[in-house]
Design a protein around this ligand. Structure first.
Ligand SMILES: N[C@@H](CCC(=O)N[C@@H](CS)C(=O)NCC(=O)O)C(=O)O
Length: 206
């Protein structure tokens, strides 16, 4: 296999799931090829293990689908050792948080925006999940979910918070001051600034 190729990432222009690897790759300042697609061509679909994107290919040709495993793999390989949690329990909390963000928060927000789910769903989702993330940050011994060091859980919570503001729910999120501080923390990262300001905007608004 060619060891010299750049990692690549493929997903649609919409943000939904693809924004997690994209935010992470930019946050870690990884030189990668970002491929935006409008549709999955048949020949490409045949390469995808479950016929769907997100799709990540590492610099040695190793490929992965499934958002959670992609971001955990990238973090394990390219971030510092603590980024997935320093202790067994911190690792479990990081995992618990990522799972909540990917399955219970972001997909629900997307479904509401798409009109597949009633807007009233958010009356439960926002206080249940963002309320809980806020509580974790407020009771932390440091600025982050696991205390004084940043993890992939913090990045995922930031992405979900950022996404809900993008989807138009900022008024319901005003009172979450620790989440706003977390947002300011990540938005000060040069890679994240670059990604947010240069990414293509989907007309679909999702
Ligand atoms: N469980 C998968 C879900 C992947 C998924 O639903 N992908 C959608 C886009 S968000 C897709 O590829 N849709 C196009 C299609 O099925 O043709 C993950 O977490 O990555």
């Amino acid at each position: 296999m060619d060891q010299s190729q750049k990692p690549s990432f493929t997903y649609f222009t919409v943000l939904v799931l693809g924004q997690f690897p994209r935010f992470l790759l930019n946050y870690l300042d990884i030189d990668f090829e970002d491929k935006y697609i409008d549709k999955i061509e048949d020949s490409f679909r045949a390469q995808l293990k479950y016929g769907q994107v997100p799709y990540f290919v590492d610099n040695d040709g190793f490929s992965l689908t499934q958002t959670g495993p992609i971001i955990r793999y990238i973090a394990s390989k390219y971030a510092n050792a603590d980024f997935l949690g320093k202790t067994l329990k911190d690792k479990a909390i990081v995992d618990e948080t990522i799972n909540a963000v990917l399955t219970d928060v972001v997909l629900q927000g997307y479904k509401v925006r798409k009109g597949v789910e009633d807007i009233k769903t958010l009356d439960t989702i926002i206080p249940r999940y963002f309320g809980s993330f806020e509580k974790s940050l407020a009771s932390s011994t440091g600025k982050f979910i696991c205390g004084d060091y940043v993890t992939l859980a913090d990045l995922c919570v930031f992405i979900a918070f950022h996404y809900f503001i993008y989807l138009g729910h900022s008024e319901s999120l005003t009172s979450y001051t620790h989440l706003h501080e977390l947002k300011a923390h990540f938005e000060s990262n040069a890679g994240i600034q670059k990604y947010i300001t240069t990414r293509p905007v989907s007309e679909k608004g999702i």
